[in-house]
Design a protein around this ligand. Structure first.
Ligand SMILES: [Zn+2]
Length: 201
């Protein structure tokens, strides 16, 4: 494969990038903005070397623990489970959750036989083991994938003592959390629906 074909193939690894879009990107990178292309290479290389998953919440971070997990002011008894790092940023901007987070780094696609490998379930179970968490807030989007993910999580914790709730449907149907404005998001957290009350230890 020549260098140009290799570049097109690599660009197509990005979500929603087909051949035509990849060709336009290659034109920008190789013809219009070679300095920008070098900057992209450097940023990507730096990110791959330095960004890992936080040992507690699985979010992207550059040290063992992210700033939120390392903050002693956060309430360790309340864990909000979100799909993507951008959801944490949206929740933090809405200032409606003072507990900790867990980032699944994906969602379950009900059209693909509920393949669970797309979410960090093992890491979540390990995170909860022996932790002081007593309330879990499922903050997946109200989309088919978000609903399927919430269902899997609710099933996973069915026999566990946690109080479990899910974000209210104040969020417009089908929208991803990161595109919801802070006020709507905060309302969905405050009006969250209880799925299961705390059960005895
Ligand atoms: Zn963290």
């Amino acid at each position: 494969m020549n260098a140009y074909s290799q570049l097109i193939t690599a660009l197509r690894l990005l979500p929603n990038v087909g051949v035509k879009t990849a060709q336009r990107m290659a034109h920008t990178l190789l013809h219009q903005n070679r300095a920008g292309a070098a900057q992209l290479v450097q940023a990507l290389d730096n990110a791959l070397k330095n960004i890992h998953n936080c040992q507690m919440c699985h979010d992207f971070c550059e040290s063992e623990l992210c700033a939120i997990c390392a903050n002693p002011q956060r309430d360790p008894s309340r864990l909000m489970i979100v799909q993507m790092p951008a959801d944490v940023a949206a929740m933090e901007a809405a200032r409606c959750h003072d507990g900790l987070y867990f980032v699944l780094m994906g969602q379950v696609n009900p059209a693909q036989e509920m393949d669970l490998s797309s979410i960090a379930l093992q890491q979540l179970v390990a995170r909860l083991s022996g932790s002081p968490v007593n309330e879990i807030i499922i903050a997946t989007a109200h989309t088919a994938e978000g609903d399927a993910t919430a269902y899997i999580l609710a099933e996973l914790f069915k026999e566990q003592p946690y109080k479990i709730s899910r974000l209210a449907r104040g969020i417009p149907l089908g929208s991803e959390l990161e595109y919801v404005d802070a006020g709507t998001l905060a309302q969905a957290v405050y009006e969250r629906n209880l799925l299961k009350e705390t059960t005895g230890e």
